[in-house]
Each structure stands twice: as structure tokens, then as C-alpha cells.
Design a protein around this ligand. Structure first.
Ligand code: PLP
Length: 450
């Protein structure tokens, strides 16, 4: 490994970082992570902290998951790559597809289409949704609906359904025919409604209204995260996703669950859709499918959608879509080992228990620190603190203050993530109760410093 000073000096001049101004890495150099063990990461200066971010919502099983490392190594030795494009496949991906079929059976999802990550998975689901309607002779169903504050990755399709201007404005014009309805975000919403259940009903009414306005026959799919993640961890009322499912079914609109964050245990259930008792038509997965050790994803497809494709006799169901790395055997091997470990450790149960402790601890912090305007969580290990400069007006906090909280928390023992006005927590799901306390005490120190 190169020496720390060399790395710091060369970072800014040789690479741009995602989601950052290119000049920013000169002014605010990133933390250079050089090692990790369990749920802890070590930086180039040798400072070790609990990773409250879990890589990027993906390292659910921590950094020392030996079975996944062994599976990757063994697969690299045996067959490092072979394509799944028409005419060939590899044995490992067949085995994985059977595993995923079992894993997602309670969600009614029985086929997999492989991708290289979350944005690819979203793009795949959007495309297949349009194709589904074309196969059935409803070629006019081309539009997409989604939620404000939703995050669906960075491809042009995903950006078009994103509900945050930061990821859209500089890349417009995006795909035409994409419309966002208000999110069930209790802390701030256009209805000024603070009761989660009533808000869910208002958002559902807004969805019905938008469908009537656009014309149901023009809409291909509605895409949503079961719990909004990057938009600031916004768990809807339990009536919301079932309500969306019902409205979609009544209007012939496909429901795409973007489970890039929520699949494989994050919410305390095996999947986010199952958490709310909903069966989607497509489920987009990535991230924790390989514990972040290999770039990989899968779109899971509902049995009834699969039947429409498979029974087509017009030729319209031929899939003109796919990635060189769709079904990569090393990714498949990593995912197989990851699924086995996720089940063996009953990871969702720990996510639920530690998540409840973390959420309660964050609520406690809000009692002492006025800068915390809202505490969100309560569904597994995904939580957010929204910071404000004034609790009455809910005016957003100064960027310098939130960055300072993060900096002091890091010095005190925990890596936390800043996203807009929010501090986001998405630690590995194998976190212990002691690790939760480290995150809480580090944040406490961070808040005490501002
Ligand atoms: N969808 C959701 C819900 C996500 O949270 C993300 C990434 O955070 C994506 C899609 C995009 O995934 P990726 O960054 O792997 O392309």
C-alpha cells in the first residue's frame, strides 16, 4: 500500500467521486479507508471506527464474512467468467436462480434477471415493465409514476423516476412521461398532515388522482422503495404499500418494488415488500445480495408477469436487454454464499433487535440536542436524524454544523453518513448491542460539539 500522504495528495488529482463536486475532494479530502474487520473500518491514519454506514447500505454481514470470500476465490479459480447471453450460461448462476426462487417465493417472485448493480436493476425493471404491456397489446402504457424523495439510481430511466432534484436537474431533459406524487413523509408534506395513517391515505388519494389525470391506460408501472432510503429513511405507515398495491392492481399498473436497500434483512424482515405484506410485480435487488463484495444485482419477476413473457407467441417477448456481467459466475458464487450466511445467522432478527435499540437511543439524543428536528426509523437497521436550525420553523441546519457533527462522531468512534439535512445510519446487520452504543455515544459527542 502507498503511504498515507501520497494517497491524500494524489486522490484529488486523479479521480472524481460520485455525488461530490470535483473540486470538493481538494477542500474536504475524503476519509481513505484501508482496512476493515467485522463491523469496523480503519483509515489510512490507523484510526478505527464502527461503520454506521455499512459500506453503502450493502455490507450487511460485515467485512469479515469468510464464506463469501472463500466462495469468490474458489469461483475465480474454477470459472472466473462466462456469459449468460443467449446460447451460453454458467452452472453457478443456475444454482443461484433456484436459491433466489425459494427465497422470494413468499413475495410471489419466481424468475431472476441479473444485473451489475442497483441502477441496472431499476433500468431493467422499467424496461421489462414496458415490454410486458407491449406483449399484452397495451403499447400505450409507457409512463412511470414514483414518489417524491424516492431514489432509484443514476441511469437515465432511474433518474427520471427519482424524486430529488439534486439527482435530476443537471441531467435534464430526462425520460418524458415520469411523474412523482407526494411521499408519506410525516415531518414535511404538502398536506401539513402529521398523522402517519391519515397522511398515507392522502398520498394514496394523490396517486389515484394522478392516475385519473394521466389516464390509467398510459401508465406502465409505479416504482417505490418499501422504506425510502437515500431520501432520508422515510418509513411509510403500514397501510401505504398495500394501498399502492391495490390501486396498481385495479388500474392494470405494475408495481416495482425498489428493494436495492431493503432486500435481505435491512428492515428486520427478509424483504421490504414482505415487511408490509405486499407482493410486487418486480423487485429490484443489488447491494447486500453479495454483501458488497462483488458488484451484482437481480431483478426478481412475479410468476404472472413471467407467464406473460414465456407464453408469448408473437416474438415481442424476446428480451433486447442485458449486461455483459448479467449472471457473472463470481457474483453468483458470492450471492449464494451470502444468502446462506444471511439465513444461517437469521440476520433480519438481529436487524430488528439492534434497530429497535438504535432507534430508541436516537430518540433519547433528540431529547437533549435541539438541532435534531426529526428521528426516523423503527424498521430494522435504517434510521435517520433530520437536523434543523429551529424546531418550530423546521428551517434546515447549516451544512457546516452537520459536517461538524459527522467529523466529531468519527473522531469519537463511528462513521455516519450525511445526506442533505440528514444523518443516515445503515450499519451492518450483524452489529452487536455494544456497537449500537458506540454509534450513539459518538453521535452524542458530535451533537455536543455544535
Ligand atoms: N435504488 C435504490 C433504492 C438505492 O438506494 C440505490 C443506491 O443507493 C440504487 C437504486 C442504485 O444502486 P447502485 O448505486 O448500485 O447503482
Amino acid at each position: 500500500m502507498k503511504d498515507g500522504n501520497f494517497l491524500k495528495e494524489h486522490n484529488a488529482r486523479s479521480m472524481w467521486h460520485p455525488m461530490a463536486h470535483p473540486a470538493d475532494s481538494l477542500k474536504n479530502p475524503p476519509t481513505i479507508v484501508t482496512g476493515a474487520q467485522g463491523v469496523r473500518i480503519t483509515d489510512v491514519d490507523g484510526h478505527e471506527v464502527v461503520d454506521g454506514v455499512g459500506g453503502l447500505w450493502n455490507v450487511n454481514l460485515g467485512f469479515s464474512c469468510q464464506p463469501i470470500k472463500d466462495a469468490i476465490t474458489a469461483q475465480l479459480d474454477r470459472l472466473p467468467y462466462y456469459s449468460t447471453f443467449r446460447g451460453t450460461t454458467n452452472d453457478c448462476v443456475i444454482e443461484l436462480s433456484e436459491e433466489l426462487r425459494d427465497f422470494f417465493a413468499p413475495d410471489g417472485l419466481t424468475r431472476a434477471f441479473y444485473t451489475s448493480g442497483g441502477s441496472d436493476s431499476v433500468e431493467t425493471a422499467l424496461r421489462l415493465a414496458r415490454q410486458y404491456h407491449k406483449i399484452r397489446g397495451e403499447a400505450g402504457r409507457v409512463k412511470f409514476l414514483s414518489l417524491k424523495k424516492g431514489y432509484h439510481g443514476t441511469h437515465i430511466g432511474g433518474a427520471s423516476v427519482n424524486g430529488n432534484a439534486n439527482f435530476r436537474t443537471q441531467y435534464e431533459p430526462l425520460l418524458p412521461g415520469c411523474f412523482q406524487i407526494p411521499a408519506p413523509y410525516t415531518y414535511r408534506n404538502p398536506f401539513n398532515e402529521s398523522d402517519p395513517e391519515r397522511l398515507a391515505q392522502l398520498c394514496l388519494a394523490a396517486l389515484e388522482d394522478e392516475i385519473a389525470f394521466q389516464g390509467a391506460g398510459t401508465i406502465a408501472a409505479f416504482i417505490m422503495e418499501p422504506v425510502l432510503g437515500a431520501g432520508g429513511v422515510i418509513p411509510p405507515h403500514p397501510s401505504f404499500m398495500p394501498g399502492v398495491r391495490d390501486i396498481c392492481s385495479r388500474n392494470g399498473i405494475l408495481l416495482i418494488a425498489d428493494e436495492v436497500i431493503t432486500a435481505f434483512g435491512r428492515t428486520g424482515s427478509w424483504t421490504g415488500s414482505r415487511h408490509w405484506g405486499v407482493q410486487p410485480d418486480f423487485s429490484c435487488t443489488a447491494k447486500a445480495i453479495t454483501n458488497g463484495y462483488f458488484p451484482f444485482g437481480a431483478v426478481m419477476i412475479a410468476e404472472q408477469v413471467a407467464q406473460v413473457f414465456e407464453q408469448d407467441e408473437t416474438g415481442r417477448a424476446a428480451i433486447g436487454h442485458g449486461y455483459t456481467y448479467s449472471g457473472h459466475p463470481v457474483g453468483a458464487a458470492a450471492a449464494l454464499a451470502c444468502l446462506a450466511e444471511t439465513k444461517r445467522l437469521d440476520v433480519p432478527a438481529n436487524a430488528a433487535a439492534r434497530g429497535a435499540e438504535l432507534f430508541a437511543g436516537l430518540q433519547n439524543l433528540a431529547r437533549t440536542h435541539d438541532v435534531i428536528g426529526d428521528v426516523r426509523g423503527g424498521h430494522g437497521l435504517m434510521c435517520a436524524l433530520e437536523l434543523v436550525s429551529d424546531r418550530d420553523t423546521k428551517a434546515p441546519v447549516d451544512k457546516g454544523i452537520i459536517n461538524r457533527v459527522q467529523e466529531v462522531a468519527y473522531q469519537s468512534g463511528a462513521m455516519v453518513r450525511v445526506s442533505g439535512p440528514n444523518i443516515i445510519l445503515s450499519p451492518p446487520l450483524v452489529l452487536t448491542a455494544d456497537d449500537v452504543q458506540v454509534i450513539l455515544s459518538s453521535l452524542d459527542a458530535g451533537f455536543a460539539a455544535v
